[in-house]
Design a protein around this ligand. Sequence first.
Ligand SMILES: [Zn+2]
Length: 175
Amino acid sequence: MYAGHVGVALGAHGIRKAIPLWLLIIASQLPDWTDAAFCLAGVRTSPEGLLSHSIPAVAVLALIAALSYAILLRDPAGMLLVAIVVLSHVAGDYLTGLKPTWSGGPMIGLMLYRRPSIDFIFEAGVILAGWMLYRRSLPPERRSREPVFTLLGALLVIQAGADVVLSFTTGLRKC
Ligand SMILES: [Zn+2]
C-alpha cells in the first residue's frame, strides 16, 4: 500500500487532532521506514520484510511507537490510536502485497499490486475515507477551502503515479 497509508494517518488525525499529522504519517509508514533502514544497513532476510512486516515485527514496532508517543507527548490516551495506525500498515499491505507472517510461517497477501487499477480503486477508497474523517474535524468555515481539496487531489495523484509505475514494473524499490 502506498498513499493509502497516508490516508489512514489523515483519518486518525481527524479522529484525534492532538496527535500531530506528521507523527501519524511516520507511524503509518513505520514498517516501510524500518525496511529501508535495514536495507541501507545491508541487513537482508529471507523472506524479505521479516524484520519489518511480519506479525511479531509489527507488534514490536507498534509497541515502540505507542510507548515513545506516550512518553514524548505525554498523551497516554492517544497511544492506542498510534499503535492501531502502525498495525494498519500491514493490514493494508496484506491486501496490496505479499508479506511474511513469522519466521518459517506462510506468506499472506492478495497482491492487488498485480492489478494496478484495482489497487488504485482500493487505495483511493482508503484515502477518501481518511480525508473525509479529517475534513469533518475542521471548523465548518475551513472545510471547503482549496488546500483541503488540494490535499485529497495530491494524494490521489501520488497513488495514481505509483499504480502507473506498478503497471510497468513489479514493485517500487525501498533503497
Ligand atoms: Zn509496507
